[in-house]
Design a protein around this ligand. Structure first.
Ligand code: HEC
Ligand code: HEC
Ligand code: HEC
Ligand code: HEC
Length: 200
């Protein structure tokens, strides 16, 4: 009797299929993985310079201080010193130079009086869930032997009651919100920072 040595047909087909699958999978992996992948780790190394390339949108109050000295001095001594300039004026980007055209100047938005009704109430509208600045009488906690701790929040008003719908700017200076506004002369603006290396 002849011994049956050949593999069964379905096993041969299955193995073939597996080999084809592996070949396709490995070539696809080699083809679709970009060159710089795995250079430093499990990510595309070239994405690092890509991400670092765009100019920063926000520059921080120290940048504004280079030219708007008076405004910065006033702001940093008053109740809004934790609210950065660009929160109200938007990202500086190239200001005062237009990022798309170095021959043009670009102003940052100067919020209108009417708009302060929206701007200021973003943070100062009285809301039940918003922590108050000044704590009401807190209940005594016997477990810790003192009043329940208070997380200091922001001062809040009900605009209709507080100012009868008048724009906040009528009475408050945004850069020095307290005491109540004394209208002053426009601040001095330096055209270039005092220590600017260019434009000499
Ligand atoms: C290199 C100098 C420079 C820097 C830095 C600078 N500014 Fe200015 N800014 C100017 C000049 C110049 C004007 C135009 C002044 C004008 O024509 O009244 C201006 C105008 C403005 C205006 C519009 C004033 C208006 O009356 O419309 C705002 C608001 C302003 N800057 C805010 C900022 C803020 C916020 C920053 C920081 C993120 C900043 N600036 C940084 C020079 C600068
Ligand atoms: C709480 C919001 C707020 C913050 C924070 C703020 N500003 Fe203003 N800023 C305003 C509003 C509102 C006006 C318009 C004032 C007006 O028309 O009387 C204005 C006007 C200005 C102007 C143009 C007119 C002027 O008064 O000189 C400049 C320049 C300016 N801001 C710069 C700054 C700088 C620099 C900072 C940070 C140091 C800053 N602002 C922070 C809301 C803000
Ligand atoms: C991004 C949030 C934010 C915006 C927008 C904002 N404020 Fe404030 N404001 C604060 C914080 C934070 C404080 C400091 C905590 C406090 O005193 O309530 C403050 C403080 C104040 C105070 C009390 C200052 C003091 O010295 O006791 C007044 C008044 C005030 N803001 C008015 C305004 C007006 C008017 C505007 C619009 C021009 C405005 N705020 C926009 C966050 C904001
Ligand atoms: C008609 C004038 C007037 C208008 C308009 C006005 N306020 Fe006031 N606001 C005041 C006065 C007066 C005080 C009390 C100031 C003080 O205690 O020194 C005050 C106090 C505040 C305080 C609390 C400051 C603190 O120390 O507790 C906040 C916050 C405030 N206003 C926000 C606003 C906002 C937001 C708007 C716009 C919706 C606005 N105000 C419009 C006159 C006004």
């Amino acid at each position: 009797m002849e011994e049956h040595t050949e593999m069964p047909k379905h096993i041969v087909r299955l193995s073939l299929l597996l080999v084809v699958f592996l070949v396709v999978a490995f070539s696809a992996k080699a083809y679709f993985t970009v060159d710089s992948f795995y250079k430093y780790g499990h990510y595309r190394a070239n994405s690092v310079p890509d991400i670092a390339a765009p100019d920063p949108a926000y520059r921080g109050p120290a940048y504004c201080a280079l030219c708007h000295v008076d405004r910065h001095t006033q702001w940093s001594s008053a109740g809004h010193k934790t609210v950065k300039c660009e929160v109200c004026h938007g990202p500086a980007r190239g200001h005062p130079i237009d990022p798309n055209d170095p021959n043009k100047t670009a102003k940052l938005p100067r919020p209108t009086a009417e708009y302060t009704k929206t701007l200021c109430t973003l943070c100062h509208m009285q809301l039940t869930a918003r922590p108050q600045r000044d704590p009401p009488q807190q209940p005594w906690d016997p477990a810790i032997g003192k009043s329940v701790p208070w997380n200091k929040g922001v001062s809040q008003v009900i605009p209709d009651e507080h100012s009868a719908g008048q724009p906040c700017l009528f009475c408050h200076d945004p850069h020095q919100p307290k005491p109540i506004r004394i209208k002053e002369e426009p601040a001095q603006v330096a055209q270039t920072p005092p220590s600017s290396p260019d434009k000499h």
